[in-house]
Design a protein around this ligand. Sequence first.
Ligand code: CAA
Ligand code: FAD
Length: 387
Amino acid sequence: MDFQLTDEQQMIQAAARDFARDEIAPIAHEFDASGEFPLETIQRMGELGLMGIEVPESYGGSGLDTIGYTLAMMEVSAADAAHGTIMSVNNSLFCNGILKHGTEDQKQKYVRAIATGDEIGAYALTEPASGSDAANMKSRAVLSDDGSHYVINARKSWITSGPVARYLVLFAMTDPEAGARGVSAFIIDAEKEGFHRGKLEPKLGIRASATCEIELTDYKCPVEDRLGDEGQGFKIAMGVLDAGRIGIAAQAVGIAQAAYEASVEYAKERKAFGQEIGTFQMIQAKLADMKTRLEAARLLTLKAAWAKMKAMETGSRFTLDGSMAKLFASEAAMWITHQAVQIHGGMGYSKEMPVERYFRDAKITEIYEGTSEIQRMVIARTETGLR
Ligand code: CAA
Ligand code: FAD
């Protein structure tokens, strides 16, 4: 057992921290208030290699490992969780799946564009009537008579980066009778006919991350843009989410870290009853519990990243580690940001301090990429075999 980071891991952590502190943190409040998509910083993140951290250099990425990705996600999300969301979709949900299941052409064409940040990627699984029950989708893909393309009719909800994405990995039924085994995955080009974006979703938090509904009407997807085999789509979707959930756990750790640091600073400055509030035992107890949960969340997240790296060598699954990390880190972030607002008193409720944003941003980590209830279900099923 060795908790020492490698030189490469420390390098990406430091690079992400410097960039996040110098270029993201100063604009986070403004973009949260306006809800505008932060295109300029996202493009800069692409130039720095933050949009395809685990993607091999031969496909335009940084060629680093999952721990490096996880550390960078923590740093970016500590400055602004919305940037973290956009980064995680490009890295985990878009590039990972194509790297694992894609053809050489798909990797060259699509992974390169997204890993370099030249284009934005998205992942479209959820539908208006199926979120947690993802296999119960209504979207359909029908193979043309000449076998050259699929005709896809789909309606997908809550698509992160939907308003700006060029390419999406989208899931639709090719065999509706077969349930989860009838789902297939496709790579969609937003510039093709039949692709429509819905209105922007107004959100509680991660407001600079743009979200909308996506509709495909008689969209023609060439067979060579199907990802993996017909009927393998649900397993691809779940495998991608196993990795994605580690990124969301890291996002939660980043938000919680920022809330903890702001609280320590405030506790040392703010005075009540003639002394710094940080000298009151009740405030110290909050800080101690915040720090302990933060470190537990960080460890579980890094352990999951390590488990994914081991699993890549052996071909085994790391579902349990990813779900436990996401469940614990997201609930820790919600609790820690709640305490942070309390420590700041009235100022914790003010838009003039960042803690109210951390509190709003933390909530999404308990919902997307599988709610806490779904993580508990996955953990219990995987660990006990019970259904
Ligand atoms: N890896 C590989 N295969 C998997 C798998 C995994 N992690 N999990 C399940 N499978 C396979 C199963 O082995 C099974 O295969 P067989 O048919 O060969 O037996 C098949 O998939 C079906 O599995 P289940 O019977 O367990 O499926 P289910 O219908 O009961 O659903 C679920 C399982 C865990 C609840 C799943 O539906 C789920 O994860 N729901 C949550 C959806 C979700 O997380 N959505 C996130 C959307 S993306 C997003 O949110 C992005 C963002 O915000 C930025
Ligand atoms: P529902 O499934 O309707 O769940 C409602 C409640 O019931 C929840 O509390 C849930 O935990 C509970 N519940 C459901 N089933 C069970 C059960 N079996 N046992 C116990 N409790 C249960 N999706 C994408 O595909 N791509 C994206 O990029 C994306 N980005 C998102 C961004 C944002 C900001 C948001 C809010 C969502 C995003 N999503 C995305 C969708 C997200 O993954 C879903 O919202 C989430 O999986 C929950 O689905 P739902 O909203 O339909 O809730």
